[in-house]
Ligand binder design. Structure first.
Ligand code: ADP
Ligand code: ADP
Ligand code: ZN
Length: 216
């Protein structure tokens, strides 16, 4: 099962991807997580990406396309994969088509998680992320058992630099201009399944399961 999760920043892609991973046993490919890892390790890629990420802009297409191409060729993607946060531009979507064609694969479904803008802002400014394992919490909707500490690994929870309100506005603008057109791109291919992202985390996952059980 080869999936794409679409949706604005904070729509719940990462949260749902984790649930899909544990139920369907296919890997999550999150370009955001991979880029943050590179930033933390201060690799060349990380240094280059950080400037863009801090401004709420997209990292250049060639950079992310290269990362995803390498990742999709790994053996664990044989049984399927979930792309989370990629593609984000038309150019990335076209590059993905080419990569998949070369690998003899195709996308089965594009899950579009829709959440209105005011709710997106509430979700992002209250998001907290584990420094150690990347697990994601929400101060109100999905708080950790102990404040500031990850339930899964005990790591310290922090607010991503790009999750501050000023940057969020820019990310929403970028999403509308560059990523939203992909809904149309994949609709034309008959691949889009819309999900109401305003439901609870479990409620959204119920909807997604109904869609995915057709492909699993
Ligand atoms: P994305 O990967 O799309 O940026 P996340 O999965 O990180 O989004 O979710 C953004 C924030 O909203 C996190 O703090 C997460 O805990 C919270 N969240 C995710 N899904 C829901 C939901 N259905 N209802 C309420 N809060 C949610
Ligand atoms: P969110 O889902 O909250 O928007 P992500 O973790 O997916 O956050 O992305 C964080 C940042 O990483 C983006 O604002 C962007 O700078 C960069 N990024 C992630 N994925 C891509 C991509 N496919 N193309 C370009 N930049 C990306
Ligand atoms: Zn953790």
């Amino acid at each position: 099962m080869n999936l794409i999760l679409l949706g604005g920043p904070g729509a719940g892609k990462g949260t749902q991807a984790k649930l899909i991973v544990s139920k369907y046993n296919i890997p999550q490919i999150s370009t955001g997580d991979m880029l943050r890892e590179a930033v933390a390790k201060q690799t060349e890629l990380g240094k280059k990406a950080k400037e863009y990420m801090d401004r709420g802009e997209l990292v250049p297409d060639e950079v992310v396309i290269g990362i995803v191409k390498e990742r999709l060729a790994q053996p664990d993607c044989e049984k399927g994969f979930i792309l989370d946060g990629f593609p984000r531009t038309l150019k990335q979507a076209e590059a993905l088509d080419k990569i998949l064609e070369e690998l003899g694969k195709k996308i089965d479904a594009v899950i579009n998680i829709a959440v209105p803008e005011d709710e997106i802002v509430k979700r992002i400014v209250n998001r907290r992320t584990c420094k150690k394992c990347g697990a994601v919490y929400h101060l109100i909707y999905n708080p950790p058992k102990e404040p500031g500490k990850c339930d899964k690994c005990g790591g310290e929870l922090y607010q991503r630099d790009d999750d501050k309100e000023e940057t969020v506005k820019e990310r929403i603008r970028v999403y509308k201009a560059q990523t939203e057109p992909l809904i149309d791109y994949y609709s034309k291919k008959g691949l889009v399944y819309n999900v109401d992202g305003t439901k609870s985390i479990e409620g959204v996952f119920e909807e997604i399961k109904k869609i995915l059980d057709k492909f699993a």
